[in-house]
Design a binder for this molecule. Sequence first.
Ligand SMILES: Cc1ncc(COP(=O)(O)O)c(C=O)c1O
Length: 329
Amino acid sequence: YGYTTQYDEVFDAIVWWMRDQHGAAVERDWITLSPCVVTSISLAVEAYSAPGDRVALLSPLYGPFFTFSRAYGRVVADCPLRVESGRFEIDFPALEAELARPETSLLMFCSPHNPGGRVWSRAELERLLALCIDNQVVFFCDEIHSDIVYPPARNVSLLTLPGAEKVAVVPHSIGKTFNCGGLMASFMMIPDPNLRGRFQAAANRFHVADVNLLGKVALETALSPEGAEYKRQLVAYLRENTRLVVERLRAAGIDAMLPESTFLVWSDFRQFGPWRAVFDRLLGDANVALSGGEFFGPAGEGWFRINCAHPRAQLLAAVDRIVAAFQAP
Ligand SMILES: Cc1ncc(COP(=O)(O)O)c(C=O)c1O
């Protein structure tokens, strides 16, 4: 377990996975290893914006995007997503105005989106990319959930779009798909040498541009034809899990978004009162701890995120307890 500096197989595995699974021609030089995507979020804020700059993001959104933007003294420029016909839509006019501001240096985006599991279309991503290029905004596109996508939805990696090489900064990880977040094994893909250099400089300041030996073995093992077969079976299983959970919740009068990606179901408990009381009832009566939506910004308050990555029987029993707890007089 000595220091592991030479382990080139990891880079071959990443290049193979991105080509085989996402049709992206990632070059080995683009890759920087990183302990986890949250580390990369923090480093990207530091590398691509200055104190007082605006960081554009679309809430509700995975909490650390807010946390680190604020921690570095950046202004969180929220362009909230709109809910239309039960799915999230981007407010393009608001985002366009935001990205056109000279102080906006970075767009923090999640593709597919957490929460809600929205898979963004090629047209939407192309529009975002064009806006970033036109306004010289760095496009951080968190693709950690991109392997778990339910047909007919199809993930479009930002790295497959012409022009992405100018502004794209894309993290990915095996933490979600292979349930090994604790091994701290993620990677950044940054085509532009200048942007890559800035990220690496930030990572080197904290000595975190690397992954430990176990993480490297996990990356090499997961990002392989065998891993692809595991993923294929996993996606089919999770798709049915999420479908069943949404079906049961909706039948009980609790609205929930049917995810096109992710093992997470974004569910609306606002009718049951303040989120803290709902959380206590979930825990006390249903014996289930859900992630509270306020972690995803003010737009998430009153919503809860149900993790469906469990054996089906255990998951459905928990959902039945939730339904019973809220149907009680
Ligand atoms: C969008 C998103 N990014 C990053 C993470 C965390 O990734 P990591 O464990 O690699 O920091 C999560 C986990 O929930 C996530 O949903």
